[in-house]
Ligand binder design. Structure first.
Ligand code: ATP
Ligand code: MG
Length: 422
C-alpha cells in the first residue's frame, strides 16, 4: 500500500519551508508595527457561520466547502476563509466593548474543494488581517500601506494594487436593478449558476469564471456610477489618502470579489508573473458582517494573502535564502566524538547551529556532509587534537584554516556572533 497526500493538499518542508517562515516573520513584523495582534481561531466552525457570511450564491458556499456531520450530527465546515471565524470570535467575546480599532492578524490553512491547478489548492494557506470599529477611509489607506510594505519587504515586484468601491446597502438596490436589466436580455447565454444568480444575487455574475459569462460582461454597468453620496465621498477620500501615502493604484470598477460580505472599499494585489491565478492578496470592507453575525453595527476591513502564490513568486525570483549550519564538527575516534559532543552542546546553548558526525562516518563522508550542508566552518577533532589540545578549523567558503585551543574554541565561535547573520 502506497500512501500519498490528498489531492490538492501538500507537504511543505526544507528548503521551501524557509521561504514560508521568512514570509510569516515579515508579516508578523510589519503587522505588529501597525498594532495588529495575532489571533488563532479554530479551523472548524459551524457551517451556518460561513453560509451566512460568505453568501449562499457564492462559489465557495455553492461548491467549495468541506462540510461534514460530526458524531452528534452537527454540520461542521473546515474554514474556507479566515474573516468569518474572526468576526464570530469578535462577537462571541464582546470585543466591540473594547476601544476601537481592534486589530488582528492570523495565519493558517484554509480549505476549499477546488479543481487543483497552478496556484489553486484544496488546502492552502493565508495570512490575513482584520480591523474592527473604524468607518473612516483613513484605516483603509493604512491597511493598503501595510500590505504594500509587506510586499516590499519580501521583495515582490511588478505588483498592481487594484481598488474599487462596491457601495453600501443604500446604493446596492439601484446597481442590482441595473445589472438585472443588463443581463435579462442576455439570460440565455448565462451559465446555469448565473441564471439562478440573476434572481438572487446578480452581483455574483460579475465574479463568474465561466468563459461565456466573462464575455457577456462587456459593457456591463459600472458599480462606481451607482455609489450614494456617502460612499462616493468615502471612496474619493480613500483614493486621496493612497496618493498621500504614495501608493500607486489602478481603478478596477469590475472587481466585486468572491464573497458577499464586502461593502464599499475592495482591493486586490495582482502580479502578472503569476498567470491566470494572479491575485496574491485581496480584501475590503465588510461593514455589515459583525451585525449579521449577531454583534452591534461595526464597520470593519481586512485582507488575506495567498501564501502559495507569494512563495511561488519568491521561488521564481531565485532570491531565497537557505539557512546553513555555522559549525560542522567532524570527529574521528571515541574520545574525539565525546569532546565534539560537549563542544556542540555548549555552542547550541548559545543558539549556534552545529552539526556533528556520527559513529561509523568516515572523515571523508563527514566532510562531504559538511559540504552538502554548506556549513560555514568545519572543526576537525581526532586523537592528535585531543592529545595536543589544539583543534583545527576550516572555513569552507575560502578554505582558510587555523588552530584553536579546546578551552577557547567555544568563545572563538560565539565571539563571531555578529558574523552569524551573513
Ligand atoms: P480567486 O479569484 O483566485 O479564486 P478568491 O476570490 O477565491 O480568489 P479570496 O477568498 O479573496 O480569493 O482569497 C484571497 C487570496 O487567497 C487569493 O487572492 C489567493 O491568493 C488565495 N487563494 C484563494 N483560493 C485559493 C486556492 N484554492 N489555492 C491557493 N490560494 C488561494
Ligand atoms: Mg476562489
Amino acid at each position: 500500500m502506497k500512501y500519498s497526500a490528498l489531492k490538492g493538499a501538500h507537504d511543505i518542508f526544507s528548503p521551501e519551508i524557509n521561504i514560508w517562515q521568512r514570509v510569516e516573520k515579515i508579516a508578523e513584523d510589519v503587522f505588529s508595527a501597525y498594532g495588529f495582534q495575532e489571533i488563532r481561531a479554530p479551523i472548524i466552525e459551524s457551517t451556518d457561520i460561513f453560509v451566512r457570511s460568505i453568501g449562499e450564491t457564492t462559489d465557495i458556499v455553492e461548491k467549495e466547502m468541506y462540510t461534514f456531520s460530526d458524531k452528534a450530527g452537527r454540520s461542521i465546515t473546515l474554514r474556507p476563509e479566515g474573516t468569518a471565524p474572526v468576526v464570530r470570535c469578535y462577537v462571541e467575546n464582546h470585543l466591540y466593548n473594547l476601544p476601537a480599532p481592534q486589530k488582528f492578524f492570523y495565519s493558517g490553512p484554509m480549505f476549499r474543494y477546488e479543481r487543483p491547478q497552478a496556484g489553486r489548492f484544496r488546502q492552502f494557506f493565508q495570512i490575513g488581517v482584520e480591523a474592527f470599529g473604524i468607518e473612516e477611509p483613513k484605516i483603509d489607506a493604512e491597511i493598503l500601506s501595510m500590505l504594500k510594505q509587506f510586499c516590499n519587504k519580501i521583495g515582490l515586484k511588478e505588483l498592481s494594487f487594484e481598488v474599487n468601491s462596491i457601495g453600501c446597502e443604500r446604493c446596492r438596490p439601484d446597481y442590482k436593478k441595473a445589472l438585472v436589466d443588463f443581463f435579462s436580455s442576455r439570460v440565455d447565454a448565462l451559465c446555469q449558476d448565473c441564471k439562478r444568480r440573476l434572481d438572487h444575487n446578480p452581483l455574483r455574475i460579475l465574479d463568474c469564471k465561466v468563459e461565456g459569462c466573462v464575455n457577456l460582461r462587456e459593457g456591463v454597468p459600472k458599480v462606481t456610477k451607482f455609489l450614494c453620496d456617502e460612499c462616493r465621498e468615502h471612496f474619493n477620500t480613500f483614493l486621496s489618502l493612497l496618493k498621500l501615502l504614495d501608493i500607486p493604484y489602478v481603478l478596477n470598477p469590475d472587481m466585486v470579489r468572491g464573497l458577499d460580505y464586502y461593502t464599499r472599499t475592495t482591493f486586490e494585489v495582482t502580479c502578472k508573473d503569476l498567470g491566470a491565478q494572479k491575485a496574491v492578496a485581496a480584501g475590503g470592507r465588510y461593514d455589515r458582517l459583525v451585525e449579521d453575525l449577531g454583534g452591534p453595527p461595526t464597520p470593519a476591513i481586512g485582507f488575506a494573502i495567498g501564501m502559495e502564490r507569494i512563495t511561488t513568486l519568491i521561488k521564481s525570483s531565485g532570491k531565497q535564502k537557505v539557512p546553513v549550519p555555522y559549525v560542522f564538527i567532524a570527529t574521528i575516534g571515541e574520545p574525539a566524538e565525546k569532546e565534539g559532543l560537549i563542544i556542540a552542546d555548549r555552542l547550541r546553548q548559545d543558539g549556534i547551529w552545529v552539526e556533528i558526525g556520527y559513529p561509523g562516518n568516515s572523515l571523508k563522508s563527514q566532510m562531504r556532509r559538511a559540504d552538502r550542508l554548506s556549513a560555514r566552518y568545519v572543526l576537525i577533532i581526532g586523537d592528535d587534537e585531543i592529545n595536543s589540545g589544539k583543534l583545527k578549523w576550516k572555513r569552507l567558503s575560502d578554505s582558510s584554516q587555523g588552530e584553536i585551543s579546546i578551552q577557547e574554541v567555544c568563545n572563538f565561535f560565539i565571539s563571531m556572533g555578529s558574523d552569524l547573520n551573513i
